[in-house]
Design a protein around this ligand. Structure first.
Ligand SMILES: Nc1ncnc2c1ncn2[C@@H]1O[C@H](COP(=O)(O)OP(=O)(O)O)[C@@H](O)[C@H]1O
Ligand SMILES: Cc1ncc(COP(=O)(O)O)c(N)n1
Ligand SMILES: [Mg+2]
Length: 555
């Protein structure tokens, strides 16, 4: 049995109250080709793994296998992973590596499972249930890492998410210093994404200081050299930063994921939750970037919701993964992941214009999409709720069949009821933060803004984009203040979110808007230019050409 040295590890004195022991194993060399994880084709797995015909009418559900430790307090570990996957609508199976006696005060005991039994669990799940993604948490001994790597070689999965858990936030050691070599040499080179927190990143790199976002970037780069395809250094503990900022490096580019820092001590398990939510989104088919974005929002919403809950008397409480979000799991966005290039030609409907030209809402939307509209918003100020809902359901079907996102103006109830991709709200409508808490982390939320201050608020409220205008005078809004091209440019330069220009834009004046050439101006939103015309699809076609040409010209 390995006894911990009484030195400090990761800046923590090893806890005397944790009766912690880790079995020691011979060092081993595992020759896994870096390429095996790139192979997405499942390899043949013996007689009983032959592809059996699925009974008709059955569907495969996205599935994450978590290989982690049990937290008796259920804030972190296996329990957090199960709840996070459940909240995200993904099936989660579990291989337990250790059982901890743990609460809001700290870790009182650790019982590491025998590695043969870890192997048996891995075999049971992987040979039969074929998870899409494996996520790892507490891996308390090099022997367990070895068993896991061997299993991953035998049974291939679409992605491996490694949360290199070493010390709990309470300061108790969950995997001793011997694990470092196993992580570096065996596990990290197989990972599609590794998610160290500040201390773990520092420890993986031999004690590098981690005090600034610049430190996080250089750590992400150095850890990438160890072999994982993506490195996400989490900054939950970077107290110098007012935002909760995480830094991703994919071998080429750095990305910063920022969200509001929620004022709460109920953060036990955020790391496990983030990693399993990323795994869940990857299992649902998202790219790494959108998986991180959604996972981070989910953690933020759950923390916000749980900021005042009281569980246990210790310093760091768990948060509630499911309470408010359980309704939202039923209304997850089923369309493809959202992309700011969707804003190029944003068609906004108008009841009066449809009436004038004798079109139903569905016909108007269909014509706009056929002409090239890239996103649609239903803006119905006078419709009866029931009529609006029926028409909105038809439009959802039309948009979905063309892969075009559909948003609803103002009416969050209609958006939920018809399964739209999101909402657009004005300054006097439902605040975006409230809309976000009702709609969940992955619906699209847009906010109308005229000033940099409003744009900043939209960002802190968790919106996805802003609509800025009126750029030109318009007759679809009474008493609307015009911001002009200069006002638009000022807002774009200050906005942390993508911007769509709106207000009086049409074929004759769209060019100078797109020629502003500000990178986060992603397109124009139009009402009359499409819907107050005889042929909606021809107008859309012509307008899209102008926008695309102007965008190309400034690139
Ligand atoms: N107070 C907070 N408000 C918002 N997000 C947070 C907060 N604390 C942590 N996070 C986020 O939770 C995730 C886990 O980060 P972190 O706490 O650094 O990891 P770990 O739990 O492994 O120490 C990250 O996305 C981080 O930005
Ligand atoms: C079984 C187990 N796994 C992981 C963590 C890390 O979570 P945190 O960093 O939030 O304490 C933990 N405390 N317990
Ligand atoms: Mg944390």
């Amino acid at each position: 049995m390995y006894q911990h040295p009484t030195v400090s590890f990761m800046g923590f004195q090893l806890c005397s109250h944790a009766p912690f022991s880790i079995p020691i194993h011979h060092k081993f060399q595992l020759s896994i080709s870096r390429d095996f994880r790139r192979t997405r084709v499942p390899k043949p797995r013996g007689m009983q793994q032959e592809e059996e015909p699925k009974p008709s009418g059955k569907v495969r559900v996205p599935h994450v296998l978590t290989v982690a430790g049990s937290d008796s307090g259920a804030g972190a570990g296996i329990q957090a992973d199960l709840k996070a996957c459940a909240a995200r609508g993904v099936y989660c199976s579990t291989v337990i590596t250790a059982v901890t006696a743990q609460n809001t005060v700290g870790v009182q005991g650790v019982n590491v499972l025998n590695e043969d039994f870890v192997r048996e669990q891995l075999n049971s799940v992987l040979s039969d249930m074929r998870p899409d993604v494996v996520k790892t948490g507490m891996l308390p001994s090099p022997g367990i890492v070895k068993v896991l790597c061997e299993s991953l070689q035998e049974f291939q999965v679409r992605a491996l998410v490694v949360d290199p858990v070493m010390v709990s936030t309470s300061g108790d050691v969950l995997a001793g210093p011997l694990i470092l070599a196993s992580f570096r040499e065996e596990l990290l080179p197989l990972a599609d994404i590794v998610t160290p927190n500040l201390r773990e990143a520092s420890t993986l790199l031999g004690g590098l200081p981690m005090e600034t976002v610049a430190d996080m970037r250089s750590a992400a780069k150095s850890i990438h050299d160890i072999g994982p395809r993506h490195v996400l250094v989490k900054g939950g503990d970077l107290l110098a930063s007012a935002d909760a900022v995480d830094v991703l490096f994919d071998g080429k580019e750095f990305y910063e994921f920022r969200s509001t820092r929620i004022k709460t001590l109920n953060t036990h398990g955020t790391g496990c939750t983030l990693a399993s939510s990323i795994a869940a989104e990857l299992a649902r088919g998202s790219s790494v970037l959108s998986a991180i974005k959604i996972a981070k929002r989910y953690v933020e919403s759950a923390l916000d919701y749980s900021k005042d809950i009281l569980i246990g008397g210790g310093r760091q409480g768990p948060f509630d993964h499911l309470m408010q979000l359980k309704n939202n799991a039923l209304s997850l966005r089923v369309g493809r992941p959202f992309d700011p290039s969707d804003f190029l030609l944003y068609a906004v409907t108008d009841t009066a214009m449809n009436k004038k030209w004798g079109r139903s809402m569905g016909d108007a939307v269909k014509a706009a999409i056929e002409g090239g509209a890239t996103i649609v918003q239903l803006r119905e100020k006078d419709a009866e709720t029931q009529d609006f809902l029926e028409a909105a359901k038809t439009c959802v079907e039309i948009c979905r069949s063309h892969g075009v996102p559909l948003l609803i103006n103002d009416r969050i109830d209609i958006a939920l009821a018809c399964g739209a991709d999101g909402v657009h709200v004005g300054q006097s409508d439902m605040p975006a933060r409230v809309a976000r808490s009702i709609l969940g982390p992955d619906k699209i939320i847009g906010v109308s803004c005229k000033t940099p201050e409003q744009a900043e608020k939209a960002w802190t409220d968790g919106a996805d984009y802003i609509g800025c205008g009126g750029v030109y005078p318009t007759n679809t809004k009474e008493n609307n203040i015009t911001v002009g091209l200069d006002g638009l440019k000022t807002v774009c330069l200050e906005s942390k979110l993508p911007v769509v220009a709106i207000g009086g834009i049409g074929i004759s004046n769209a060019k100078p808007v797109m020629e502003l050439g500000v990178p986060n101006l992603k397109g124009v939103a139009v009402v009359s230019a499409l819907f107050d015309r005889e042929s909606v699809s021809t107008e859309a076609q012509n307008l899209l050409r102008v926008i695309v040409d102007a965008t190309k010209a400034v690139k």
